[in-house]
Write a protein of this length. Structure first.
Ligand code: ZN
Length: 170
């Protein structure tokens, strides 16, 4: 599964589809920081040892989007756009994970919880697994290459969305 860097990039690309990057720099930084954080947040489930389960579902994305729209998180001007952007940013996480590999089964994500507790994964592996065994000798090299691979794939995608959605200043 991708690293936090890959997830942040994916969340920006998806979130900007609904809420374009604002013109003002300070507002852009706040918006991008929120969308990136939303994209990384599902992996906090590692802390409670429920990795890739309920937090990695479309239902979780809906709940967070509803809270964001209700509390008017500063990612867009209207509640509708706020909700859509946060939903897409959160949903980008299980989407990317479904293209990734992980060492620990069950592989995939519980995307359709609570309707189904099955784990879903695409048959194609695009992203390498990130190892959390930080004391292993290969940790830096292995994860460095995995992050490089994510960036090579996701930076062009995110940049293309940003350009298309109006972030064209020099
Ligand atoms: Zn994840």
């Amino acid at each position: 599964v991708p690293s936090p860097i890959g997830h942040a990039l994916g969340a920006l690309a998806c979130g900007w589809l609904a809420a374009p990057p604002p013109d003002s720099r300070p507002r852009l930084f706040v918006q991008a920081a929120i969308l990136a954080a939303v994209g990384v947040a599902p992996d906090l489930d590692i802390l409670v040892d429920r990795h890739r389960a309920e937090s990695h579902s479309l239902a979780a994305a809906l709940i967070v989007a509803a809270v964001a729209a209700w509390r008017r998180w500063p990612v867009a001007d209207t509640r509708w756009r706020i909700g859509c952007a946060v939903f897409l940013a959160w949903a980008s996480h299980p989407l990317l994970d479904a293209f990734g590999h992980d060492a620990k089964p069950p592989l995939g994500t519980m995307a359709f919880w609570p309707v189904s507790s099955e784990y879903y994964k695409f048959p194609w592996t695009v992203f390498a697994a990130i190892t959390r065994r930080w004391h292993g000798p290969q940790f830096l090299v292995y994860n460095g290459l995995a992050v490089l691979r994510e960036c090579l794939i996701l930076v062009p995608v995110t940049a293309a969305v940003a350009w298309w959605r109006g972030l064209r200043r020099s």
